[in-house]
Design a protein around this ligand. Structure first.
Ligand code: NDP
Length: 255
């Protein structure tokens, strides 16, 4: 029998960027633990398909297509949840993008796009969620960081800056809202098998580097984030705040 501390029955979870990849896997895992879902992405057709896949498994799924970098769009989405009587109990700030280029060649427009999609979005969506959670005296926010919340690599510096920011935004949110009954934590995935990394998996040198550099000796599967996501979304983590939990096959722990 599952420990009731991990039961999400009766809770509603918004997972940004859940039309594919890690967000989709985490959303599915939260639904398996009992949560109702609000799925999100920009492309409505992809989102509708993803929602349908989840509904076919019997889950309660609401679609909310909005751009997490657009303040007005984020505010309108939460107003539509209010109007429909939907309370977001769990907010997973997962939507993100990568853009690889040497820093000498990085344009300001690309810098801004990476920072706003990976960092400012968690502020915008997290703030709207918390504005409703604080009066209720409870809520869970889980921000998705990365190995790069902790360590840099060439050609992805704006992403490193954004993900480092996610770690401290998580601590800042905990400083602001922990006394109001909210828990705000982060997950730092290692190298996972998603669309974002297709080119890296296909690159033999990079693929061998990931396998050699990761103590587990392999890439992570999106499903392997579910345990951390359920833990940080459930009562099991009610006294955990401001932490980043790395799910990386041990990579950050070794040289
Ligand atoms: P994918 O590219 O597979 O999926 C990204 C998702 O985010 C899609 O659903 C996409 O939908 C959505 N999205 C992108 N931009 C926006 C936006 N502006 N507004 C709303 N939705 C958006 O990425 P992953 O699943 O690989 O990554 C998910 C998160 O995990 C990211 O934050 C990433 O940085 C992080 N991460 C990933 C790792 C990995 O190895 N894959 C490792 C460490 C961290 P659409 O395009 O339709 O908007």
């Amino acid at each position: 029998m599952t420990n009731p501390l991990f039961d999400l029955t009766g809770r509603t979870a918004l997972v940004t960027g859940s039309s594919r990849g890690l967000g989709h896997a985490m959303a599915e895992g939260l639904a398996e633990a009992g949560a109702r879902l609000i799925v999100n992405g920009r492309d409505e057709a992809t989102l509708a398909e993803a929602a349908e896949t989840l509904r076919r498994r019997g889950f309660d799924v609401t679609e909310a297509a909005f751009d997490v970098t657009d303040e007005a769009g984020v505010v309108a989405a939460f107003q539509s949840f209010d109007a429909a009587g939907i309370e977001v109990d769990i907010c997973i700030n997962n939507a993100g993008i990568q853009h690889r280029q040497p820093l000498l060649e990085f344009s300001l427009a690309d810098w801004n796009r990476v920072i706003s999609t990976n960092l400012t979005s968690a502020f915008l969506v997290g703030r709207e969620a918390a504005r409703r959670m604080v009066p209720r005296g409870r809520g869970k926010i889980v921000n998705i960081g990365s190995l790069m919340s902790q360590a840099a690599r060439k050609t992805v510096t704006p992403y490193v800056v954004a993900k480092g920011g996610i770690k401290l935004l998580t601590q800042g949110m905990a400083a602001e809202w922990a006394a109001d009954g909210l828990q705000i934590n982060a997950i730092g995935p290692g190298y996972m098998l998603t669309e974002m990394n297709e080119a890296l998996v296909a690159n033999e040198t990079f693929n061998a580097w990931v396998k050699g550099r990761t103590p587990a000796g392999r890439w992570g599967e999106p499903r392997e984030l579910v345990g951390a996501a359920v833990f940080l979304s459930s009562s099991a983590s009610d006294y955990v705040n401001g932490q980043i939990l790395y799910v990386d096959g041990g990579m950050l722990g070794v040289l």
